[in-house]
Design a protein around this ligand. Structure first.
Ligand code: ADP
Ligand code: ASP
Ligand code: MG
Length: 401
């Protein structure tokens, strides 16, 4: 007998028929003699709809209240799934994050899981229940409901698998696994049979939505193998693990992130310490900076350009404008019609010319590169958002056709 954690995303539970489909996958697993803990997300676009509802009333609502609202989405799907399982003649119990023992930080809307006290889940399993847990949510030390950030149900599933030493953690979604590019955007994207934690972590961070990056980080930390597979079609999926034979491939996938904006601060006096002070202003506001480019100074002045998440632009520009005046720099410019396109692959560590090949694909497609950043296993370029899909296809074709 094994303990299996199965997570189902929003599209897998989008309507009554899909909920019944999930119930049959779960009960099949249980009927084979396994203990099963299920994590579910809110149905379909529920979380987006809840965000719209909040914005209709008060776009500046406190994050605590946003969490209170957003957590409601998962409460609907866990109870519906429990009812579907009951209908098939099995015993199920649905639990909200706090009931399932999810203790988190108090950073509302992007809380981190501190601990999962799995004693309640264990008691329910001992009673022969199929346990269904609301993903994406927990409780802060102040007794408030928190959420883990968009896509956080993946992390909830991995956290349970880690806390309970599960034998298997399956992430069911609306595609058959992890592909060489988003299979909805690139026709001939290929399913990978395996991918390493490190590559998957880069991919998830660089915009491949299929797994949340924190879930991969946690899976790597606790050495939990993940299987990503379809809830709609019976087929083998992708295994995410420490070492993957796919590392022999030059690259494993192409990713796109349109949630970025570029900010430039121009005419900064060319003296020591100003970059430090500028980025300290941003970090004080908890704004993450990604690609950074500094121009060679001229006439005692230099420009610094960097990227941040699109939804932080207003805050960043406001705080930098005030700062720029105090140091006599020229101005703060921004552009939020940009996209980051990246290639990821452990193979590039030992092969020369991978970046050049990517740039050639962009040149062939006549796409201009604004910024470049690299690490051992990835190359990212910042380009015009309007060119993003064309760029992904051109790069994918160059490496995989
Ligand atoms: P869920 O609701 O199950 O959590 P998500 O929508 O969060 O599902 O993630 C699945 C989606 O990720 C797919 O529908 C696909 O469009 C997208 N995706 C992006 N890049 C990739 C990739 N490299 N491989 C597979 N899917 C990807
Ligand atoms: N329902 C949440 C979201 O839409 C969590 C998740 O789907 O993982 O982001
Ligand atoms: Mg998801």
């Amino acid at each position: 007998m094994s303990l299996i954690v199965q997570k189902f995303g929003g599209s897998s539970v989008a309507d009554a028929e899909r909920v019944m489909n999930v119930a049959s996958i779960v009960t099949d697993t249980y009927a084979k003699g396994n203990d099963v803990v299920v994590v579910v997300s809110a149905q379909g676009d529920t979380t987006d709809d809840l965000i719209d509802k909040a914005n209709e009333i008060n776009p500046k609502a406190s994050k605590r209240e946003k969490d209170m609202l957003l957590a409601a989405g998962e409460q609907i799907s866990i109870s519906l799934l429990a009812m579907a399982i009951e209908k098939l003649g099995y015993h199920a119990v649905s639990l909200l994050g706090w009931q399932a023992g999810f203790e988190t930080s108090s950073a509302h809307t992007s809380a981190r899981i501190k601990r999962v006290d799995a004693s309640r889940i264990k008691r329910e399993i001992d009673k022969k229940n199929i346990v269904i847990v609301a993903g994406f949510q927990g409780l802060s030390k102040y007794g408030d409901i928190t959420t883990l950030g968009r896509g956080g149900s993946d992390t909830s599933a991995v956290a349970i698998a880690a806390a309970m030493h599960a034998d298997l953690c399956q992430i069911f979604t609306d595609v058959e696994g992890v592909y060489t590019a988003d299979p909805r955007k690139v026709k001939n994207a290929m399913k990978l049979s395996e991918i390493s934690y490190d590559e998957m972590l880069e991919l998830a961070t660089l915009g491949a939505q299929v797994l949340n990056n924190r879930s991969v980080e946690m899976a790597k930390k606790y050495n939990i193998e993940l299987e990503v597979l379809s809830s709609l079609k019976k087929a083998s999926g992708t295994i995410v693990k420490e070492k993957s034979k796919m590392e022999k491939m030059l690259i494993s996938s192409v990713a796109k992130d349109t949630d970025v904006a570029r900010i430039s601060v121009t005419g900064i006096p060319n003296v020591p310490g100003l970059a430090f002070k500028l980025f300290t202003k941003l970090s004080a506001k908890d704004i993450n900076v990604d690609i950074i480019l500094q121009s060679i100074g001229h006439d005692g002045k230099k420009d610094i350009t960097f990227t941040i998440a699109k939804d932080r632009v207003d805050e960043a520009v406001e705080c930098l404008k005030a700062y720029v005046e105090t140091i006599g720099a020229n101005e703060v410019l921004y552009d939020d019609t940009v996209a980051k396109v990246s290639i990821v692959g452990a193979g590039m560590e030992s092969h020369a010319g991978v970046a050049a090949k990517m740039f050639e694909a962009l040149y062939d497609a006549q796409i201009n590169i604004q910024m470049i950043s690299t690490s051992e296993i990835k190359v990212s370029v910042l380009i015009d958002a309007a060119d993003a899909d064309k760029a992904v296809s051109a790069i994918h074709a160059k490496f995989f056709d």
